[in-house]
Design a protein around this ligand. Structure first.
Ligand code: ZN
Length: 313
């Protein structure tokens, strides 16, 4: 077995790269720009060049490298082929085969939300749990499902897409996915802003939110300041998310929900709003799920990508 692993997280503007030892200690961490123009054909060669240069810089041998794990923002099949990644300009792209050819090192590829979940289980807020659901409340809502230590990718790589489960009937606005009433429309950072704007339009009550540009963080800050309208928004957010997660719990019975993404910067107070609805709706046999905060932030992807290598011999 090699001594080192590369963990690579390909994003729409930059590629995060990490060099780890097999215990998961970071040896080096850096970024390169993602060149998405012209169908993104330079992205994989850029990654390979950067890895090969790092190996040379560290004076490692190829045999010292156990593998290269890669997280990509799109669905990935069992052969490491990505079927369309809009943010990268990619159509069908054989990521695993291309990197293995360019670097001469074995590679594993996973969807970024799922891979980030693996990272949180390994070294983040999900440590100690083997069945968990990582919920990322960012611009959208991402989900990563791990059962008995293994990622659940599903038949088409869409496993864990809890952001696009329907939780509200009668929604007029269309979600990014084309459906209406998705969890993402209420629980993402943009979703919280939407809820806030609706709530403010519905009432004449004074609120400090009327004097500021509304952000998800601003809403929860206003809650801490005792703002009544913000409190109602937080309750609506928690009610919808808690109910959504109760369904997930009924299916998977996870030991923990690990909450990450920009909205999670509000901290543990989020759980005061999510938990009541969760406990109200959940199947009693699945009610013991713990709520924890993700801790790796933007590094969850590189950790999880490295872990992909350890999980596949
Ligand atoms: Zn949707």
């Amino acid at each position: 077995m090699g001594k080192y692993i590369f963990g690579v997280d390909v994003g729409g503007t930059s590629v995060k790269m990490g060099l780890f030892d097999v215990e998961g200690m970071v040896i080096d961490k850096w970024e390169i720009p993602t060149r998405t123009e012209d169908g993104g054909y330079r992205i994989l060669p850029d990654i390979a060049d950067s890895i090969n240069a790092k190996i040379a810089e560290k004076q490692y041998l190829k045999e010292d490298i156990e593998g290269i794990g890669i997280a990509v923002p799109g669905p990935v099949d069992a052969d490491g082929v990505v079927n369309k990644a809009v943010n990268l300009g990619w159509g069908v792209t054989p990521v695993k085969a291309t990197i293995e050819k360019l670097c001469g090192i074995r590679a594993q590829v996973g969807n970024d939300a799922n891979v980030a979940a693996l990272g949180e289980m390994w070294k983040g807020g999900g440590q100690g749990f083997t069945s968990l659901v990582v919920v990322t409340l960012g611009t959208g809502v991402g989900g990563g499902v791990i059962v008995d230590g293994r990622l659940v990718g599903g038949a088409d790589g869409a496993g864990g897409e809890i952001g696009h489960t329907r939780v509200v009937d009668g929604e007029e606005e269309i979600c990014n996915c084309g459906c209406k009433g998705c969890l993402e429309q209420y629980s993402s950072a943009t979703g919280v802003v939407r809820l806030a704007k609706r709530a403010l339009a519905k009432t004449d009550k004074p609120s400090i939110l009327r004097e500021r540009e509304i952000t998800a963080k601003g809403v929860f800050d206003a809650v801490k300041e005792g703002d009544q309208v913000a409190e109602e928004i937080a309750k609506e957010f928690g009610d919808i998310l808690g109910k959504g997660l109760s369904v997930v719990a009924g299916v998977l019975n996870p030991a923990a929900f690990v909450i990450g993404g920009g909205v999670s910067k509000a901290g543990e107070m989020l759980f005061d709003y999510i938990r009541p609805a969760f406990l109200k709706y959940v199947f009693p046999g699945a009610k013991n799920a713990k709520f924890t905060l993700a801790t790796l932030g933007n590094d969850a992807g590189i950790y999880g990508a490295a872990k992909l290598i350890l999980d596949v011999e």
